[in-house]
Write a protein that binds this ligand. Sequence first.
Ligand code: NAG
Ligand code: NAG
Ligand code: NAG
Ligand code: NAG
Ligand code: NAG
Ligand code: NAG
Ligand code: NAG
Ligand code: NAG
Ligand code: NAG
Length: 339
Amino acid sequence: MLYSFGTPLHILRLGLSVLSLAGAVHGTVPKKIIIDTDIFSDVDDSGALLLASTLDNVNLLAVNVNYPSSYSALAASAILAHYGHPDVPVGLSRPITNDSFFDDWAFELGEYASKVAYHWSNGTLPWGSAEKAWEPVELYRKILSEQEDGNVTIASIGFFDNLSGLLNSTADSYSALSGPELIAAKVSELVIMGGEYPSGSEYNFYGGNPALTAHVVNNWQGRITFSGSELGGNVTSGAPLTVEGPESDPVRAAYRWYIGYNNSRYSWDPLTVLYACQGLGDLLEYANENGYNHVFPNGSNTWIFDQSRTSQKWLQLKVDNVTAGQELDRLFLEGANSV
Ligand SMILES: *[C@@H]1O[C@H](CO)[C@@H](O)[C@H](O)[C@H]1NC(C)=O
Ligand SMILES: *[C@@H]1O[C@H](CO)[C@@H](O)[C@H](O)[C@H]1NC(C)=O
Ligand SMILES: *[C@@H]1O[C@H](CO)[C@@H](O)[C@H](O)[C@H]1NC(C)=O
Ligand SMILES: *[C@@H]1O[C@H](CO)[C@@H](O)[C@H](O)[C@H]1NC(C)=O
Ligand SMILES: *[C@@H]1O[C@H](CO)[C@@H](O)[C@H](O)[C@H]1NC(C)=O
Ligand SMILES: *[C@@H]1O[C@H](CO)[C@@H](O)[C@H](O)[C@H]1NC(C)=O
Ligand SMILES: *[C@@H]1O[C@H](CO)[C@@H](O)[C@H](O)[C@H]1NC(C)=O
Ligand SMILES: *[C@@H]1O[C@H](CO)[C@@H](O)[C@H](O)[C@H]1NC(C)=O
Ligand SMILES: CC(=O)N[C@H]1CO[C@H](CO)[C@@H](O)[C@@H]1O
């Protein structure tokens, strides 16, 4: 039995105030994060949302969904609410569809987004209300304009349509700044799961609209850190959550629906969001000292080494891949058990 009937809100609120207190006691300012996810087909986006919702010292400002299925936005809203963030706004690409995932490649993986959306319905977008989702570029502009300068980290763990739209945006009721000016003022780092390093071809870059990937990566002026397919594709996580996680947990259910009981999945998005929230920590290090990423019109990418450019890095493991997977599993269980 996988279905949850929710966690009483007073428990969630208590959890939240304890978290804020912990931040205050340690004198640390929570890191401001916006996540741009294609939560739909692969389950690692749900693991990433679990981490963003439950890691210490994170202020999750908004979640934009860059795959236009209604179930994607509703599932994101449900997961956020389950972990005590019922008010975090969710954006969704338009035009909205009712697509659901079908594994017509390996005929093995299961669909989870509609099921999580229905059985954990909650938050700003309860079941049936996907059209109330924010338009993603508008949500970016609203949230960024409200922050003090220089403090927001954006974690992109899917496609690039919304970030391209943000770059192209012009002054509106939220801000007199253009997209690039708003980014320069407010965003301290863009963290991207996509590409392969130092060069290659990866799905988040070529699988959506590769011209928009190229537009974002080749034109973004601020600091960027990349997490490539070779990083998360060498680390697996999830099985302990499916075995030991609380029955009421939506991400435990998502992993079970997707890959089954006691199976793990690659960790592309969880590792990326872990870095966005906590920096290099014990697991990660930068692989390069200089240079920048270039994306071709077909979505393939290559690193251009250039000593005059130091604002872009790609990540590699500092520990072996089994240790990295075990740490993610520990954090998944800690987060799932925290509500
Ligand atoms: C998606 O499903 C909802 C609920 O059944 C329905 O109201 C909506 O019109 C559907 N949207 C599309 C694009 O089919
Ligand atoms: C969210 O969950 C809480 C606790 O189960 C419930 O009281 C509330 O009605 C739910 N809200 C929505 C919008 O579904
Ligand atoms: C914003 O960042 C600056 C410098 O990085 C820091 O001193 C300040 O405390 C941060 N403020 C908030 C609210 O995060
Ligand atoms: C933004 O502008 C670029 C180039 O000017 C264009 O190629 C791209 O399609 C635009 N992005 C969106 C989301 O419309
Ligand atoms: C760790 O890396 C080794 C060597 O590349 C590989 O055989 C193994 O499958 C990886 N383990 C995990 C958990 O991904
Ligand atoms: C889960 O799988 C691992 C091997 O991958 C095995 O050692 C362990 O006993 C399994 N646990 C359960 C509860 O089936
Ligand atoms: C994409 O384009 C680049 C540059 O033309 C080329 O080197 C690369 O082989 C292409 N990638 C694929 C997967 O076709
Ligand atoms: C995967 O991890 C193993 C063990 O940590 C390491 O030996 C191997 O080089 C890694 N593979 C890639 C592609 O990074
Ligand atoms: C304003 C804008 O460009 N929004 C775009 C966000 O991304 C979706 C596609 O994922 C586009 O449909 C929107 O036009």
